[in-house]
Structures are given as C-alpha cells and as structure tokens.
Design a protein around this ligand. Structure first.
Ligand SMILES: Cc1ncc(COP(=O)(O)O)c(C=O)c1O
Length: 393
C-alpha cells in the first residue's frame, strides 16, 4: 500500500502539472488602511482583499478590540451555550438585526460555520435544498450536511429554478432555496425579487449569503435591500470577515428562527465563542457602517470606475472578474501584475468552474484612483493579450 506521504506527494505532483496547486504565502498587510501587502520582500498594492471599507486597520475598530481584550481576556473559554457568551454578543446581535431589519440575529464563529449550521437546522433527509450552481463552497457544505435532497439551478436562472421547484418540491416536506446575494467570484447580484416570489409560489424558504453585500450595498444594509427598502429574504446570512473587517458569521431572521438556531445549530453549539476582541471590533465597525453611507458607497463606485475604463458591464459590487480561462495564463497574469507592484490573485478551479480561471479584482474605499487607472491599462495592454482575448475598444 502507498504510504501517506507517497499519496500526498503524488497528489501534489498532479496538481503542479495542472497549475492547480495552491500555496499559502506570508502576506503582511500594513497599517495604511491595509491596502499594502509585503510578500517575499516586495510591497504590493492589494486588489485582492475583501476588507472593502478598510476597517481591519481602522483605529476606532482596533481600539475597541484592545479594550475588549483588556476587559474580557483573549478567548471566550467555551461554547456560547456554556460560558462563552460574553456580554458583547448581545450588543453585536442587536446591531446586526437593526441593520438587516429583522427581529433578531445570531453570531457564529465564521461564515463557513454559519452556513454549515443554519442549513441543517431547517432541512433534513425528507426535505429539499435548491442551490445556485455558483454558490459559495460553504453553502454546499451546509446543504450536504443537512442530508436533504440537493438540486442545482443554473446561475441566476430563475426559470430554471422554477422548473427545479416544480419538479421536486411536491416530493418533499420542507424546502429551502439558497443563493449568494453577491457572488464571490463573479461580483454579480442574485435576482432576489424574482427568487423571493418564486419561493412564495412554491412554499419554499429563501436564504441568502450576503458575505460580499453587507457594508457595501444599499447604505451598508446588503443585497436584500439592493432592490428596495423591504427585506425580501427571511434568512439573511453573512460574514463579519469582509467589509466588517474582522471575523465571524451571522444569521438575521425572526426571533423564533434565531431561537431555534441557538438551540439546534451544531456549529454554534459545539464550537467555542469568538474572542471578545473580535466581537467588539465588529460592533465598532457596524457603528461606522451605520453612520457613514458615503463610505459604504465607495467600493462599488471604485469598481465602476474600473469597469468603465475597460468597457465592461458596470460593476454591481466591489468584485470584478477578469476571466482568462486557463490556470497557467492566469498565474502568468498575476506574476506580471506583481512585477508592476500590484497584487491581483489568480483564482483557479475548483474554486471556479474548469476553463474559467480568472483574476478576481476587488476594490476598497481607499483604493487610489490613479492605481485603478494603471491597473486597467495593464489589463488592457498586457494581460488580455496574454490570452489572445480581444482588447476592449
Ligand atoms: C459568499 C461567501 N460565503 C461565506 C464565506 C465564508 O465566510 P468566512 O470567511 O467568515 O468563513 C465566504 C468567504 O470566505 C464567501 O465568499
């Protein structure tokens, strides 16, 4: 039998051959809004971070985190259901619920843990879960863990979702449709009004993952409010690790739904509470988000500046994909931009479908306009020709 080490070496060699091996690289984000990253001795301007509002390095957020560490210590010491529920949690959950227009909220250890815990709370082996084909990996994890029948609809294709529900809904007890609110690798929005009415017609609950919407869409309220002031989604999940600048996941919903999650979701019950500093940092960030709609609008405005320069469809979020296709050419593009002092990470399968490797470009409130222009020029003049892709006029 192959030894464990031989197995690992063979797998790694396979991935190297296909340019699909991933590596973690020391990345030292410095204090200037976290915009700059030092890697291998080079200082690069990041177009790859999800800290859209530059709050991870905001002095007000850092001060709140330091004060919480002094007051409550470094760790929560137990699950929230045992002794880990330090008093900062209540304040954070109230702020999240207020922002999202719901009765209540529940904070999890991370966005991944939230999806892995929420979905199995509401559907099980006799039920149906319907998921957009480009949904985030942790939605798939939650859907699979639930044991429910899993059906997929084509990306943002409401007619296909309707066909799937018409066929499968009658065969199951409860049904849940889950989608990203903003798609993490494509930057587009889910058609929430149409999905909400479809779910109503088919007696199906709608859940969104708003990881990339909170803080940056609809005055910071997120994708559920991008189509009007009425929240369309009864289960609004998201993360505190992107525009909020820290770490942790959440669900905003009615009081009863949240009460059920708090007594049933295994990733909440059987995992230690977040460090107090993290919870305090998120509270400070949400105060900034609620008080500064102009700041919240900046990342999308910057992304639109970039898409206009390249004659691409106007950005809907701070994420703009430049799809190059092959994994190797995308790595080559990343290296070329690094040589120009810009960090734009190559995203390859299986994170994105085969043949759609891409540069995923993200924008923050403080991304300098001159650098956006320089990046657009480099992409037009040097990156797209790598692939023989037509230059935008
Ligand atoms: C759409 C989406 N959902 C969930 C997550 C996971 O959130 P977290 O990093 O808090 O685990 C991410 C990214 O990490 C994401 O992009």
């Amino acid at each position: 039998m192959q030894s464990l080490t031989e197995f690992a070496e063979a797998k790694l060699a396979e991935m190297d051959d296909a340019s699909l091996r991933r590596r973690v690289v020391d990345s030292d984000r410095d204090g200037e809004g976290g915009l700059w990253i030092t890697r291998g001795g080079r200082r690069l301007l990041s177009f790859s971070c999800n800290d859209y509002l530059n709050l991870a390095h905001d002095p007000r957020v850092k001060a709140a985190a330091v004060a919480a560490t002094e007051r409550y210590g470094v760790g929560a010491a137990a699950s929230r259901l045992v002794t880990g529920n330090h008093p900062l949690y209540t304040a954070l959950e109230q702020k999240l619920a207020a922002l999202k227009g719901t009765e209540a909220a529940c904070v999890f250890g991370s966005g991944y843990l939230a999806n892995a815990g929420i979905i199995p709370t509401f559907v099980g082996p006799k039920d149906l879960v319907v998921v957009d084909e480009l949904a985030h990996a942790c939605i798939w994890a939650g859907a699979k863990l639930s044991g429910a029948t899993l059906r997929i609809f084509r990306h943002n294709d409401v007619d296909h979702a309707a066909q799937v529900l018409a066929t499968y809904r009658p065969r199951h007890g409860r049904a849940l449709l889950v989608t990203d609110g903003v798609f993490s690798m494509d930057g587009d929005l889910a058609p929430l009004p149409a999905l909400a009415s479809l779910c109503e017609q088919h007696d199906t609950w709608l859940m969104t993952d708003d990881a990339h919407g909170i803080g940056v869409l609809a005055q910071g309220r997120g994708s559920s409010f991008a189509f009007g002031d009425k929240p369309l989604v009864p289960l609004q999940m998201g993360t505190l690790s992107k525009a909020v600048g820290g770490y942790g996941g959440y669900l905003c919903a009615s009081q009863a739904v949240i009460d059920l999650v708090k007594t049933r979701a295994r990733t909440l019950i059987y995992s230690t509470g977040l460090p107090p500093a993290t919870v305090a940092g998120a509270i400070a960030s949400l105060d900034i988000i609620q008080g500064d709609p102009d700041l919240c609008a900046l990342p999308v405005a910057k992304a639109r500046r970039f898409t206009a320069l390249l004659n691409l469809p106007a950005a809907e979020s701070p994420i703009v994909p430049i799809v190059l296709g092959g994994a190797e050419v995308t790595l080559q593009a990343q290296r070329l931009l690094e040589d120009e002092g810009l960090l734009v990470t190559a995203i390859r399968p299986p994170t994105v479908p085969a043949g759609t490797a891409r540069l995923r470009v993200t924008f923050t409130a403080r991304t300098p306009n001159a650098e956006i222009e320089r990046l657009a020029d480099l992409i037009r003049d040097r990156v797209l020709p790598l692939n023989g892709v037509e230059r935008p006029e």
